[in-house]
Design a protein. Structure first.
Length: 241
């Protein structure tokens, strides 16, 4: 079985990293035993890093990042090109937060600042379509921390879920490609670290950090996105053998 590859696009805020490690660590912990194979982790912000060929991975998960999508740095454009190749080759891909925005750009849409402002904390996600990966009750809690969104959908993309501040909070970009603006790898403690780290900025934006901290909850249905995605990648690998 080919490895499942995590493409790291940035690091968590320091308190979250001290608590739970890198985004790759968080993803592997929240995925649990759902993935039976090996993992590979690639820092794709390193322009010298080798990106795998489409036949060398069972699937790819692209992490979140403090980077801003509108900057379109050389490494971002390189990753977008590589993601487009994966999607066209039908390799399973899941983009998380910044990874979600990269997919939007890679496939012909547009990503940039959210005109509705910052979204952070435990947020209610509402399903808009039936989907095998982003699934659960009609509404369930997810962890959010972002300033940017997928502003315009690429061709043939389908909105799966929305929140009060993001109409494109989960998108099925292709048969085996998903993007979620929320963080399925984060629990209530980790999102609390983000709220505390951004406290002064939140107050400056008229957002009450204490209310956000008090309203946190864990997000098991969001975490299920990771398990279902890697199970799909594993089933596709098994079918090839």
């Amino acid at each position: 079985m080919q490895p499942l590859s995590i493409w790291v696009t940035g690091e968590p805020v320091p308190p979250a990293a001290a608590r739970a490690g890198s985004f790759a660590d968080m993803i592997r912990v929240r995925t649990g035993a759902a993935w039976p194979g090996t993992w590979s982790v690639i820092d794709v912000t390193d322009e010298g890093a080798s990106l795998p060929a489409v036949d060398d991975v069972a699937g790819v998960i692209v992490t979140g990042s403090p980077a801003r999508i509108a900057d379109q740095l050389p490494w971002m454009r390189r990753v977008q090109d590589a993601l487009a190749n994966l999607v066209y080759a039908d390799v399973p891909v899941l983009g998380i937060c910044f990874g979600h925005q990269l997919l939007g750009m890679a496939l012909g849409g547009r990503s940039g600042p959210n005109p509705r402002g910052r979204e952070i904390g435990t947020v209610t996600l509402t399903l808009r379509a039936s989907d095998p990966i982003v699934a659960g009750p009609h509404s369930f809690p997810v962890s959010m921390t972002h300033l940017d969104v997928v502003q315009e959908l690429p061709p043939n993309a389908t909105v799966i879920a929305s929140t009060a501040l993001d109409p494109h909070a989960a998108i099925r970009f292709a048969e085996n490609t998903w993007g979620v603006q929320f963080h399925p790898e984060m629990n209530d403690e980790i999102i609390g670290d983000y709220i505390a780290s951004l406290r002064d900025k939140l107050i400056g934006e008229g957002i009450d950090p204490e209310a956000l901290l008090a309203s946190r909850s864990d997000t098991p249905h969001a975490a299920g996105v990771l398990a279902r995605f890697v199970e799909r990648a594993a089933a596709r690998q098994s079918a090839k053998r």
